[in-house]
Structure formats: C-alpha cells, structure tokens
Design a protein around this ligand. Sequence first.
Ligand SMILES: [Zn+2]
Length: 205
Amino acid sequence: MHLRWKIGICLSFMTLELLGCYVPPVSKPVPAVKPSESTITPEKPQKKGASSIISQLDHYGVRDWRYIVIHHSASASGSAAKFDKYHREKRRWENGLGYHFVIGNGNGASDGKIEIGNRWINQIDGAHAGVREYNHYGIGICLVGNFNESYPTAAQMASLSALVDYLQHRCRIPSENVIMHRHCRETDCPGRKFPYYKLLANTYF
Ligand SMILES: [Zn+2]
C-alpha cells in the first residue's frame, strides 16, 4: 500500500476516535440485548388453543393452593365426563371427578382440550394424590394417555404448559411445587415417558 494512503487512513481513524465515533473491532461476543417490545418472540402458536379456556378461569375465585400435581390417566382414551362417571359410580366419590383439570389426547376429548372439573369451579379438595396434604393443597391435572407406553401429544403439552403457567401465576405456586404424582407417593404416574424436565424448562417443542 502506498505510504501516503497508509498515513491518510491512520489520520482518518485518529480523527474518528477523537470525535468519539470510532469503535475498534472487538473479538469478544456482543452482550445480549435486553428484550424489548420489538424483540420478544411471539407466543408459540400451539399455546393459543388453550387460551380461550384459560381466560375463563379468571371468572373463578381461588383459595390457598400450594402444589400442582400432574397425572396421566393410564388409559388410551378418556375425558372429564368419562372419569367423572367412573369416580362417582366405581369409587363412590360424591364430588365425582377427582382431578381439577383433564387434558384430552384426541381419544374421547379433543387433542389438547382443557376440561375444567367441578372441583376447580367449586374450589374443593381433589381426590387424586392419595395423600391428604396433596389432595387438600394440590391442584390435580390429568393428561389422558398412558405415558409408560407413549408420549403425551404436542397439543397436550402446550395446553399443560399454558395451564401450569396460569395457575402458578394466579395461585403463586413456585416451580419446585409443580410435581408429578410419583413425587407424592409410590406410583409410576404420570408414566416413565412423561417429559417432566422439559415441561419445567419449557423445551418440549
Ligand atoms: Zn396419578
């Protein structure tokens, strides 16, 4: 390179530096930009199916819930109505459906559909955990399916995630209290294939 050009380029950089607008190249990574309105990722589309049901939940008052307990039905098909009938007739539970919520898998109820049980509407104890404390303080959510044999559907997990997010916020339940049934007592519920840690990390997609 010609000497005069080199001097000229050096002088240009020096001038820019004096003006305060020259930033020397850096090799270290640029720090993450704090999210702003324009950089927030839009809500995942799979969650939108649950939003109309979840918006209904604002109509109901809540009492002192401390846990969210996740179950599977251990059956290939089912719905809130079907489990309600079973719990009333076979278990003889006068309040029927032992869970507060049921999430369908497409066999018996629509895939990802959240059904709200009477025990949630009336804010009464569940009959799902087999342990008094978790029945009293635990919100029982049952996903239809047998997750020892197969995985929950993507729509079920999206609805579950949206519902858990809502309930945690509404009832001030910390993430360590979002548990599987097998954390309460000896059982394999909600099945060996239930993606619990992915649910907590919100990375099951
Ligand atoms: Zn269970």
